[in-house]
Design a protein around this ligand. Sequence first.
Ligand code: NAP
Length: 373
Amino acid sequence: MLSFTAVLSLTSLACSVLQGVALEVPDERLIGWKGETHHTNGESCRDDNDNCEDWAENKECERNPAFMEKTCRLSCKVCVGPASTPQAFPMTDEGREVGQLHLNTGTLMPTIGFGTAGMGCGLSKRAVTSALKAGYRHIDTAQAHEWYCEEKVGEAIAASGIPREDLFIVTKQHPRDHGFERTKEMFQSSLTNLHTDYIDLMHLHYPQCWGTLCAGSQPSGTWRDAWRALEELYHAGQVRALGVSNFSPQELSQLLEIATVRPAVVQSHSDPLRPNWELQRMCKEEGIVFTAYSSLGTQHGFSRPNPVLNSPVIKAVGEGVSKSPAQVVLRWALDHNQVVIPRSTNPEHIKQNLQLGFSLSEADLAKIDALGS
Ligand SMILES: NC(=O)c1ccc[n+]([C@@H]2O[C@H](COP(=O)([O-])OP(=O)(O)OC[C@H]3O[C@@H](n4cnc5c(N)ncnc54)[C@H](OP(=O)(O)O)[C@@H]3O)[C@@H](O)[C@H]2O)c1
């Protein structure tokens, strides 16, 4: 048997020669595939290398979780691990040590991601490049051109040179494309746009069209058809986890009744003034991770100063801990076990939003909680 480090060195060397760059993670094509599938707790789970059991015994699951999670799913027991138990968030102030949590699929998800809505194709590449340089590894995008630019996000990812295994890429299916076959077609276009052969987390963006969102192009099916297609892609290994966005508690219940692959994440609006506790409680009960969007108050409209970042309570808490209102809001959200995905085109804000390794007192958390009561 080759030792873990021997395989790492051999494959890294081979990759460097092949690609002219040093890679930190081995190329799976050079390792060989075992390909046996086991089913545990309804999840498909397998080791893709004959050395997995030995590596796991040697504690590589703890030392090299990203590689082992990908290659040795069974030996790492990632398919049977506790569903969505958030790990402690690192309390350093270095800004780069982003916490991770296990999804109910076993996949690890960084708790601080980078949002990319509303930047247009003009700013997306530069902003995502800044974010990746600052240390973000979780990037949130979507197929909806109304707000996002998957292509430019993909260009930034491809140009970054960051090993794919180190990234957590999230995208979302537009409701105009609901329908079994159409979902699969659009999924392939996301893979192309994002320069990848798998997606870490794929959401249904909305349960249905609203306003003029699908004007001139009505969907060929419902979210149920789209979900079945995503389940097929999940079983084919093209997507690691499935989720829904903007589903109400009632719609989430309907999904839980029909899903053969349980949703791993729900993405919805939450900020201190409108926290959306009911949906979060339901997610907790069901072992589903809650990702908050627009944590910094952008859903309150632009006709007045942002009521979240200008809240006197949040500002006072920030002065007490020498942090900005944005950092206080993001820390508060993490303390409520939310995953956060702040968006910024300002390099200083991009860095600041990762520097969340500080504590808020119980009294401060209670003051912020009271804003949404
Ligand atoms: N699933 C959905 O339907 C849905 C809906 C909305 C959003 N989302 C996702 O959630 C992400 C975040 O939500 P969002 O884009 O609505 O907005 P957000 O992250 O809540 O807020 C962004 C705004 O806050 C400002 N900002 C960021 N960091 C700051 C800081 N440290 N100090 C002061 N101001 C700061 C930004 O301005 P600067 O650029 O000047 O920093 C920008 O105006 C989106 O980008 C998207 O990925 C999903």
